[in-house]
Every structure is written in structure tokens, then in C-alpha cells.
Design a protein around this ligand. Structure first.
Ligand code: SF4
Ligand code: SF4
Length: 478
């Protein structure tokens, strides 16, 4: 549109026209916050086949992941889970900088609820969400109301966190006897008190001084990492390279150094910043990638019929005036490693055993009985029913018709989630070896199963049946 034509329209009209298809990042983030909050509140309540989406249950020594239960003994999955978690953080940070901080982190969500929703929109303690700089003075009554509402929400958030360790079905029983569940109650109270202090007093200082992710994320950046960036080529150089020295303090001074500088020096981007920084000085540790400054500048520049000077892009993209590159060696490498670790996780998950069995031999190698006609070996089998239902268990010896089960003579019942030790005696009346120099260990495979579902609830374990020296056996037969 010609400059003269733009100038004829009112600021509001120009803004409306220019931004007709624009959804501020702020709203996009609010939708994401609602989705994250609803997900966190609802997911602990959802169970499929008795298993939660994620639960680290110390009471029952179980981990639930993706609606599958794992016993603590099945912790072989953990390395894959940790690798997946770390790679996920590396991948996300290299690709999109601190997207976690601005879009998903509970700290950011809590601060938006407290500062923008409670203090500004509901109670009017702050004048506008467009200006987060001045700390409101006085208004003790309204501040107390905000504090009380936030305290209640903190206890709900703390309880929600605990539901990933104590499932809601147990939580609401335990909470009726708080004295018997001191650890759970202590965790909720400590966490809630911390959330109150953090959100009301510490504020964004948590992101700047406490959060370790803020410290390490910059080493994962490269020139193509997406960040909140002020375009100095269009806006003009307001700060020197060291980000400390201000080169221009007014628009006039800015235009004096370069008359093509587009920044209006309105400082809307500074007023809206929750961490109180000026993005025009370049990337800073304090920037949580909330993009509020990009929204502010979009409105200011939009009224002039121009694009925002602050965008979510990469440094290389700004320098070369192009779109950011998402596919590059680092992101592809992290992406591949992420997929591999996910496949590893699924593979480990698919080899999950629905019962557990440990086999230990007793100290006595064998017994010779019936005047050398029968040899027995004794074992201790530790069975564990890791399922939610009671089952009857038994076992067989695979591929060895010459070895029989003497004890236990029949299947036995194990209640859901319980263990049982069984003394097992195997015997043979056949000649399995004629070695007269040493005992012969014969490898055998035990297949144990639940009678109700032999296909799914089954495990195989290898052990040995020790057959005595043949000359010793013959002595017993004389
Ligand atoms: S500079 Fe401030 S407003 Fe802009 S993205 Fe960073 S934290 Fe948010
Ligand atoms: S909002 Fe845009 S125009 Fe205003 S000071 Fe910030 S960068 Fe410059």
C-alpha cells in the first residue's frame, strides 16, 4: 500500500487492516496453558487396565508409563527414559530456544495466572497487562484477596503434583487420615508454601537466578536457533555490541545515526517484558521467550503498516533476510537419536513381562533317592504377580520329558501384586549322564505361566539340573 494512502487512515483502521489475520502469541500461549493445565489435572484420573499414564508409586513399588505398569524390578527401562528426556530437551532447545519457558513451564503459567489474571484482569491491582514494570503500591485489601486465591490454587497445584506419585484413588483416602500419611501431607504443604513464596515474592527471579535450565540452555543454541530477536537492520542500533552501552536514548538520536531506523522508540516492548529487560539490546539470559515484546511491537508497527521489528526467528535468518532453517545437522542428529531412543523405549516396553520369576538353587546340589533310582534337585522359585488381578500359577520344563516336577504338585494362587517363595523339587528316574569324573550340569528352561492367560502372562528362565557322577549313583544301586 502506498505510504500516502496508509497515512490517510486512522491508527485503529490501519492496525485493524494490517492485523486482520493476526493472532497474538499471547493468545496462542493462553490456549497452550489451558491445554497443559487441563491435561495435568485430568491425566492422573485416567486409568486403562488399571494403569495410569504416568505414576511413580512408591507405596506399591510400581512405575506406570503410557498406561502400562512396570514393577520397580523392571527399571531397565529407566536409562532409555532418561536418554529420551535429555535428548528431548537438547532437541527442543537447539530447535526453538527457550520454547519450554515461554509456552509450557508451570512457573510461567503460574505467574500469568497470578499477575495477569488475578492482579490485573480480575482485581485491577495492576493497570494493564501491557505494562508489567511498575510494582503496585498499597491496595492491601485487593492484594490480600489475590494472595488468598493464589494460596488455594497453590494447594491444588501441589496436590496435582502429588497425584503423579500417589494416585488420586489413594490420595483421597489418605487425606482423610493425615496423621498416618505424614510424608504425603508434608510434601503438599512444603510445595504449596514454596509456590506461594515463588509466585508472589520471587516472581521471574526464579527463572533468572534459580532455574538451572536458564543457565545451560545457551550452550545448546546455534545461529539457527529460534529466539525472540530485535531486527537491528530495520529497527536501528540502539545498543552497542556489548549490550550495555546505549547508543541512542530517543528516536531523534536514533534517526541521527541512521535515518532509515524504523524503531519508534515507544518502548512498548520494554514495558510489557515480565523479566524487565530490553530485547533491543540482543539475546539475554533473562529472556524467557514469552514473545510479549513481539506482540507489543506488532501492534506498534502494524499501525504504521509495517512488520514487527521483534520476531520469533533465528540470527542467521535476520542477517540473511530469509526464513529460519529447521532442518540442519544438529536438529536432524538430535531428531534421529530421539527416534532411536523412543524405539528403544517401545521395544523394551514390548518385552515387558506380566509376571516375575527368580530362580535360586539350594546349597545342596542333588539328592539320590530310591536306592539310586531317582535323583532330585531343589530350588527356590520367587513368583510375583505384577497384575491387578489374582492368578493361579504353575510351570513346566521345556524340552525335557526325562525331568519331572515333584513339588509343588499343582498350581497355586497369588493375589494381585503379591510375591510368594516356593520350594520346587525336580527329579529324574532316567540316566542322564554316564560321566564318572564329575557331576553333569544339565541346562534346563523353566516356563512359568498364569493358568488364566498362558500366552500373555508367561516367563522363561534358564537354570541347571545337576546329575551326579555315574559311579556314585551306581554305588547307591548296589
Ligand atoms: S524480551 Fe521479555 S518480553 Fe520479550 S520474549 Fe524475552 S522475556 Fe518475553
Ligand atoms: S515496540 Fe517496536 S517500535 Fe517500540 S521500541 Fe520496541 S522495537 Fe521499537
Amino acid at each position: 500500500m502506498a505510504e500516502a494512502e496508509i497515512a490517510k487512515k486512522s491508527k485503529k483502521e490501519r492496525l485493524k487492516e494490517y492485523l486482520k489475520d493476526w493472532t497474538p502469541y499471547r493468545f496462542q500461549r493462553y490456549y497452550t496453558f489451558i491445554a497443559v493445565t487441563v491435561f495435568s489435572l485430568i491425566i492422573p484420573w485416567i486409568k486403562i487396565n488399571g494403569a495410569h499414564f504416568f505414576l511413580l508409586n512408591f507405596d506399591n513399588k510400581q512405575i506406570h508409563m503410557f498406561f502400562t505398569k512396570f514393577d520397580m524390578q523392571e527399571l531397565y527401562m529407566m536409562p532409555f527414559l532418561l536418554i529420551f528426556g535429555f535428548l528431548g530437551v537438547f532437541f527442543l532447545t537447539t530447535l526453538a530456544g527457550r520454547i519450554w519457558c515461554g509456552w509450557l513451564c508451570p512457573q510461567t503459567i503460574f505467574r500469568i495466572i497470578y499477575r495477569d489474571l488475578l492482579e490485573t484482569k480480575l482485581l485491577g491491582i495492576r493497570r494493564s497487562i501491557q505494562n508489567k514494570q511498575p510494582e503496585p503500591k498499597g491496595q492491601f485489601g485487593k492484594k490480600s484477596v489475590a494472595f488468598i486465591i493464589w494460596s488455594i490454587l497453590s494447594f491444588i497445584a501441589a496436590a496435582n503434583f502429588v497425584w503423579f506419585f500417589v494416585p488420586p484413588e489413594d490420595f483421597f483416602q489418605y487425606i482423610q487420615n493425615p496423621s498416618e500419611h505424614g510424608v504425603m501431607m508434608g510434601t503438599i504443604i512444603t510445595l504449596a508454601l514454596f509456590l506461594i513464596y515463588d509466585v508472589v515474592k520471587l516472581k521471574e527471579d526464579f527463572c533468572i537466578y534459580v532455574c538451572p535450565y536458564a543457565r545451560v540452555q545457551s550452550v545448546m543454541y546455534d545461529e539457527e536457533t529460534i529466539q525472540t530477536i530485535y531486527n537491528t537492520h530495520r529497527g536501528g542500533h540502539i545498543y552497542d555490541h556489548d549490550q550495555q552501552t546505549k547508543l541512542a536514548n530517543t528516536q531523534k538520536e536514533l534517526l541521527a545515526t541512521d535515518d532509515s531506523s524504523e524503531c519508534t522508540y515507544c518502548d512498548a516492548c520494554v514495558r510489557v517484558c515480565p523479566t524487565h529487560i530490553d530485547i533491543k539490546a540482543g539475546t539475554q539470559l533473562e529472556c524467557i521467550n514469552c514473545l510479549e515484546c513481539a506482540d507489543a511491537c506488532t501492534e506498534v508497527m502494524g499501525a504504521l503498516g509495517k512488520e514487527s521489528l521483534i520476531t520469533w526467528t533465528s540470527y542467521s535468518a535476520v542477517e540473511e533476510e530469509r526464513k529460519p532453517k529447521f532442518l540442519r545437522f544438529r536438529t536432524i542428529a538430535y531428531g534421529v537419536a530421539l527416534v532411536l531412543s523412543l524405539l528403544g523405549l517401545f521395544w523394551m516396553g514390548s518385552t515387558k513381562e506380566y509376571m516375575l520369576l527368580n530362580i535360586n538353587r539350594t546349597t545342596q546340589l542333588y539328592k539320590i533317592k530310591d536306592e539310586g533310582q531317582r535323583v532330585t534337585n531343589a530350588y527356590t522359585f520367587l513368583f510375583q504377580n505384577t497384575e491387578n488381578e489374582d492368578h493361579k500359577y504353575y510351570f513346566e520344563i521345556v524340552g525335557h520329558d526325562d525331568i519331572k516336577i515333584e513339588r509343588p504338585a499343582k498350581a497355586f494362587k497369588l493375589r494381585a501384586g503379591t510375591k510368594s517363595k516356593k520350594v520346587v523339587v525336580l527329579s529324574t528316574t532316567q540316566v542322564l549322564s554316564k560321566d564318572t569324573k564329575k557331576d553333569t550340569p544339565i541346562p534346563i528352561t523353566i516356563k512359568a505361566y498364569a493358568i488364566e492367560d498362558k500366552v500373555k502372562i508367561t516367563v522363561q528362565r534358564n537354570t541347571t539340573f545337576v546329575y551326579p557322577r555315574y559311579d556314585i549313583l551306581q554305588e547307591h544301586q548296589k
